[in-house]
Ligand binder design. Structure first.
Ligand code: G6P
Length: 621
């Protein structure tokens, strides 16, 4: 949801900014821009479309070693050159790139216009540049407030403006009077400062930094950083000095490269055996028949006695939560429910004494999930996080949590994060079950089976070409159904979401038995219906549902269990998965659906990693 990158150092800034923006492009890609500063002169380039479009219009700049860049996902004002960042204030001195939303921009804009400031765009961001510009110009007459002794005027104007702003921001700001200074500030949107040797890179996430340095500081909300070639200082936006530890960025450059795959999504689908191995690694204690989750060890006792668990997330992570709900109820016999974070935060939720809330997020930055975490904390719940991005806001805001450890996920459509989220939820459910009601043998069985999954899913990946053929045979169909029961019902929802988001084919996911209450009316000759009909407790029931679709001319694409000959009679197309216990099946059955969506999108000629209108990290409401 918009990516920002800024550079100050001894190298030429422009190629570094462009490279950083390409790394951040998954956050937004409808327009982009860079601003370079040298000798008091600001050079601005902005363009609609991808970073490559911006790159092709750039002149060579070899002198500037300070600059800011932005890749946009439009919120206020459509994608256009004038709405692309950087935004420059009325005086032409202050340039800003911004990720987030300024909620009171309309009021501020009206006031700034009444004070004679010009606006050129429809964005909320331009209020930031103009407000900073306003205070910078009126430093001596701004409501009796003045810079403290010796305080730099630019720095002061930024603080003064940020104190008037409501909303969220990750900001990088430069001023034409300061050739050797950039300022970053954060509230609600991520911002990291990479600290290299004689160079600094400010960025929305570490992927734009790791090529240059692995040393970084993570800014907290309401903090700002003032960077010059002599070093950096951190303080709050209220001018209180804060000291920050420099931390090591945990992932490598290889993790964010394609590594021979055509798309990140395909790479990430194929990484799943390795990712699950890492995610489960050291956590399944087979010898002592228990699960070890260091991050929530202190909370497990409370969790095992809790009266109610609420799981909350958005998108794919919400589907993982639904699997988690079923797992916690089935294995630990604790009442659990799944809430969309965007609904939870606004519906005055009941949090009784002893309610535990689990927030699940790949990025750890999703605005709605973060707000749900804050809401739950305010109401006294213990809040745990299941997060992939180390050091992200949700990871820091929750009381404790479990990291996925699957490395950066770049493809906008989430794949490896989903299977790892389910794996973590399965580990939590098994451990709670062990403490509550599972027998020794039942616990041992689940732990052993979970440990075997990374190896088992390789057979699904081997069917990628076969799945491509299935996608090809149905590629002209514009409406699909995805149906599953029990633990595979959330997988059906996830399969439909994957197809929709990257291939733009309309798809609906349903619990299979619900079909007869309405959606069955949609079935016409040749309509693809994807059934997850593995050997499970509801096997015979779902075969009944397959019959209902076949009787109406639908084409059945069936995910069945290896060795199940009977299922062939019901499948126009069959994909097989290894046999695993019902409760652990989602980690296996989702893979064919990820591949189906991937191949359908490629066959339709879409940009798989950057689907239209979507962004990876949704840091706005
Ligand atoms: C966006 C992404 C989805 C993701 C959802 C939640 O919509 O496109 O792939 O599932 O956000 O993201 P999170 O980072 O919180 O898991």
């Amino acid at each position: 949801m918009c990516g920002i990158v800024a550079y100050l150092g001894n190298q030429v800034a422009q190629p570094i900014l462009i490279e950083g923006l390409k790394r951040l492009e998954y956050r937004g890609y409808d327009s982009a821009g860079v601003g370079l500063l040298k000798n008091g002169k600001l050079l601005l380039s902005r363009s609609v479309g991808r970073i490559s479009a911006l790159e092709s219009m750039l002149a060579d700049h070899d002198g500037e070693t300070l600059g800011i860049g932005h890749t946009r996902w439009a919120t206020h004002g459509g994608p256009s050159e004038k709405n692309a960042h950087p935004h420059v204030d009325f005086s032409g001195k202050i340039a800003v790139v911004h990720n987030g939303i300024i909620e009171n921009y309309a009021t501020l804009k009206k006031w700034l216009i009444s004070e004679g400031c010009d606006f050129k765009s429809e964005t909320d961001t331009e209020v930031v540049s103009n407000l900073i510009g306003y205070f910078y110009k009126n430093v001596d007459g701004s409501g009796g407030k003045r810079p403290s002794d010796g305080q730099n005027k630019f720095e002061w104007a930024v603080q003064r403006a940020l104190n008037e702003i409501h909303g969220t921001y990750g900001l990088a700001i430069i001023c034409t009077d300061f050739d050797n200074m950039m300022i970053g500030a954060k509230k609600g949107s991520p911002l990291i400062l990479g600290v290299g040797e004689n160079e600094y890179i400010l960025a929305s996430d570490a992927s734009a930094i790791v090529k240059h340095t692995k040393q970084a500081i993570y800014l907290a909300d309401n903090e700002m950083v003032i960077i010059t070639s002599d070093g950096f200082r951190t303080k709050t936006i209220d001018n209180v000095v804060v000291s920050k530890d420099v931390k090591e960025i945990e992932f490598s450059l290889e993790a964010i490269e394609l590594g021979g795959f055509e798309h990140f999504m395909l790479k990430e689908i194929f990484e799943q055996p390795q990712c699950l191995t890492t995610c489960l690694g050291g956590r399944l204690d087979i010898k002592n028949n228990r699960v070890v989750l260091g991050g929530i060890a202190a909370q497990l006792r409370e969790l095992s006695r809790t009266r109610r668990v609420i799981l909350t997330a958005c998108g794919t992570a919400w589907h993982a939560c639904l699997v988690g709900e079923f797992l916690i109820e089935q294995l630990a016999r604790i009442p659990a429910e799944t809430e969309y974070a965007s609904e939870f935060r606004y519906r005055n939720p009941i949090i009784e004494d002893g309610t535990v809330v689990i927030a699940v997020s790949q990025s750890g930055e999703t605005a709605d999930t973060l707000a749900a975490v804050e809401q739950a904390k305010e109401r006294g719940a213990t809040v745990l996080g299941i997060v992939n991005a180390v050091g992200s806001t949700i990871a820091r805001q929750t009381d404790s949590g479990v990291y996925l450890h699957v490395g950066p996920e770049i493809g906008v459509a989430s794949t490896k994060a989903f299977t790892a989220q389910v794996a973590v939820l399965a580990m939590i459910a098994i451990e709670l079950g062990r403490r509550r009601n599972l027998s020794h043998d039942e616990t041992a069985g689940y732990i052993r089976e979970l440990a075997s999954i990374p190896e088992k899913i390789k057979t699904v990946l081997e069917q990628s070409d076969h799945i491509r053929e299935i996608a090809k045979a149905n590629i002209d169909r514009n409406n699909w159904l995805f149906l599953g029961r029990g633990f595979n019902y959330p997988v059906a929802l996830e399969g439909a979401l994957k197809l929709k988001e990257i291939s733009y084919i309309h798809a609906e996911g349903l619990p299979a038995a619900e079909m007869k209450h309405g959606p069955i009316a949609l079935i016409t000759n040749g309509m693809p219906a994807v059934f997850i009909a593995t050997k499970c407790s509801q096997y015979h029931k779902i075969i009944g549902n397959i019959e209902e679709v076949r009787a109406r001319g639908g084409k059945t694409i069936v995910v069945g269990t290896e060795g199940d000959e009977n299922i062939r009679n019901y499948a126009d197309y069959l994909i097989t998965v290894p046999d695993v216990a019902d409760v652990l099946q989602p980690m296996v059955t989702v893979l064919p659906l990820q591949l189906l969506a991937y191949h359908a999108a490629v066959l339709r000629g879409h940009d798989v990693d950057k689907p239209r209108n979507l962004a990876k990290s949704v840091t706005v409401e």
